[in-house]
Design a protein around this ligand. Structure first.
Ligand SMILES: *Cc1c(COP(=O)(O)O)cnc(C)c1O
Length: 373
């Protein structure tokens, strides 16, 4: 994945993703204050949730480590000179990957017996291991009842790992207390069984962003915030601003045409929007190829010149249409915010029936990334 940068052609592209690194650092500081006794693994998978991983990592040197999903992401960080701890959340899937991970000094999550087989077959290595316990997500991890067996297999390795931690992941830390309580109970059971097996009390990690902000008792030794660092809310019922989180990405474009539309005329594919009054329609250079969700309905807001105006008709690949009848000053060249400062990405995502995670990760290649602060 090429590192985002200011490209030479940027003068031609009206579409910009402005990345506010000062806001990113402020959000990180908020997580530090929320979990003062825990170390922080800043989650920077998927190109730092679409923000550009290298500038993000360089702005977060205060983190105690970084977490990524795939080996390529870890390699990219090491090759860029990152010396922090890097945790590979999905672990490795082959002996070749294990060797590469070791060469790059990457911590491995071990969530499946096939990964224990790999460790068994490759004799030399002293990487830190994070044993993942499945406490109810049913995605990755060992059942709590399996931990004694996992412990025995690690002890039997040609070189027993010296640094092992236990981790789990919440499924509903944002909206369901009963399930989170149950997951924490199951994790405690896994910890007890680990201790009974002779593993002592290793460091533990449970909390994602929602866990950090809503479940102080789950902080343990390491927290793993992702979405909140980027200034989106980890919780549907509370805004990012209510948590004190500031938006990091502002996706911005410009009006490239304005037209008058007579009563009864339609706008866009499928003719789903019709003028009920003589209307002014602004055409904006941002479409679903740029990451504007195609499911955004007519009436959803964008900001033109800092003021809200409603989408008119379907999102096309390269453009959207906006009803600016009530925004008489909007004209060709007016700046348009698709989400970010003044228009929370959570609100845009909700209007499109999805989450900020998906919008932030989905900004298209035509956007020019600019880093501020
Ligand atoms: C993505 C991820 C996180 C971060 O979750 P957020 O909801 O973005 O804070 C933490 N832990 C694991 C294992 C993850 O995969």
């Amino acid at each position: 994945m090429p590192a985002p940068q200011r490209m030479g052609a940027s003068a031609n592209s009206p579409l910009r993703a402005l990345i506010d690194l000062a806001a990113l650092r402020a959000n990180f500081a908020l997580f530090r204050r929320a979990a003062p006794r825990s170390k922080i693994l800043a989650v920077v998978k998927a190109n730092a949730y679409g923000h550009g991983v290298l500038p993000v990592v360089n702005a977060l040197t205060a983190a105690d480590g970084f977490a990524v999903a795939r080996l390529e992401e870890a390699i990219e960080l090491r090759e860029a000179g990152v010396v922090h701890r890097i945790v590979l959340l999905e672990g490795v899937f082959s002996a070749a990957q294990l060797r590469v991970a070791r060469a790059h000094r990457v911590d491995l999550v071990v969530h499946h017996s096939s990964q224990l087989d790999l460790l068994d077959a490759e004799p030399v290595g002293d990487e830190d291991l994070w044993i993942k316990i499945d406490t109810g997500m049913n995605r990755l991890g060992f059942a709590p009842e399996q931990v004694s067996e996992v412990h025995a297999r690690l002890r039997a390795l040609p070189r027993a790992p010296s640094n092992v931690r236990l981790m789990t992941h919440f499924a509903r830390a944002d909206d369901d207390a009963a399930m989170t309580v149950q997951q924490r109970q199951r994790f405690s059971i896994a910890q007890s069984l680990w201790a009974q097996a002779g593993g002592g009390s290793p460091e533990a990690s449970l909390a994602n962003s929602a866990g950090v902000l809503l479940w102080p008792d789950s902080h343990a030794d390491w927290v793993r915030p992702g979405i909140g660092l980027y200034g989106a809310s980890p919780c549907a019922s509370r805004s990012a601003a209510e948590f004190g989180l500031a938006p990091v990405m502002t996706l911005q474009s410009a009006v490239i045409a304005v037209r008058s539309v007579a009563v009864g005329e339609s706008v866009g594919y499928g003719a789903t929007w019709r003028a009920e009054r003589p209307s002014r329609i602004a055409i904006v250079a941002a479409g679903y190829a740029d990451g504007v969700p195609r499911h955004l309905p007519s009436g959803a807001s964008v900001l033109i010149d800092g003021r809200r105006a409603p989408l008119a008709g379907r999102v096309s690949m390269d453009m959207i249409a906006v009803d600016v009848t009530d925004s008489p000053h909007a004209g060709v060249g007016s700046p348009v915010v698709l989400w970010g400062h003044g228009l929370p990405v959570d609100e845009v995502a909700a209007a499109a029936g999805t989450l900020a995670y998906e919008l932030l990760c989905g900004v298209g290649r035509r956007a020019v990334f600019e880093y501020l602060g």
